[in-house]
Design a protein around this ligand. Structure first.
Ligand code: ZN
Length: 214
């Protein structure tokens, strides 16, 4: 397995709709394995194939407290219930977070790596991550769902390890690249929170029990 390069906003592939997977073969399993490794290396909770430059409807998710990742092929959210405000980040927009509305509970239909049809009910971080990743497969980013323009922040981890939120306008290309470089040097620039889009450290922002997805 290999760690793949994560495409950064505004890479146009992030705005393209991925194609349905029809071949359930070793190549697909290899891609899924590489995506899991990439997600774990960058401490993300999820990753969609567009983010590694492949336009196939495939994503992987792994909430922090899970041992095994979940691989979803051709995922489709078939039901959404409720609404909640959550904080969210994305490995393709390192160093930023924003507040978005997500469903409380979802039901998703997907296939596994053998092509078997499956269904899943999800809530909390798993639901958020699956909504985030299925959006990616449709060329949608979380910044499209911001509750308000000013609910988008640059984040900075200070010396105490606290996350500071700096109001920002648009994502800045130079900043994204710098943050992406830091992702590959975990010793520099603080630890987890910066790159863990989920983190669940939203209490101070009054966002309920929400956490973010990647
Ligand atoms: Zn993302």
């Amino acid at each position: 397995m290999a760690v793949l390069q994560v495409r950064l906003f505004p890479d146009p592939i992030l705005r393209q709709r991925a194609l349905k997977v029809t071949q359930f073969n070793a190549k697909l399993a290899q891609l899924a394995g590489d995506m899991v490794e990439t997600m774990e290396a960058q401490r993300g909770v999820g990753l969609a194939a567009n983010q590694v430059g492949v336009l196939q409807r495939l994503c992987v998710v792994k909430p922090e407290d899970w041992d095994e990742p979940l691989v979803l092929v051709n995922p489709e959210v078939i039901r959404r219930e409720g609404e909640r405000e959550v904080e969210e980040g994305c490995l393709s927009l390192p160093g930023y977070r924003g507040m978005v509305n997500r469903a409380v509970r979802i039901r998703v239909r997907y296939q596994d790596l053998t092509g078997k049809q499956l269904r899943l009910k999800a809530d909390c971080i798993l639901a958020q991550a699956i909504e985030h990743e299925t959006d990616h497969l449709n060329g949608i980013l979380y910044i499209d769902h911001l509750i308000a323009h000013d609910q988008f922040f640059r984040i900075h981890v200070n010396e105490e390890g606290d996350v500071e939120y700096l109001p920002t306008g648009e994502p800045d290309a130079a900043e994204l690249e710098a943050a992406a470089r830091r992702m590959h040097q975990p010793s520099a620039g603080g630890s987890v929170p910066q790159f863990d889009p989920t983190s669940g450290r939203t209490a101070s922002r009054g966002a309920g029990d929400a956490t973010a997805a990647d």
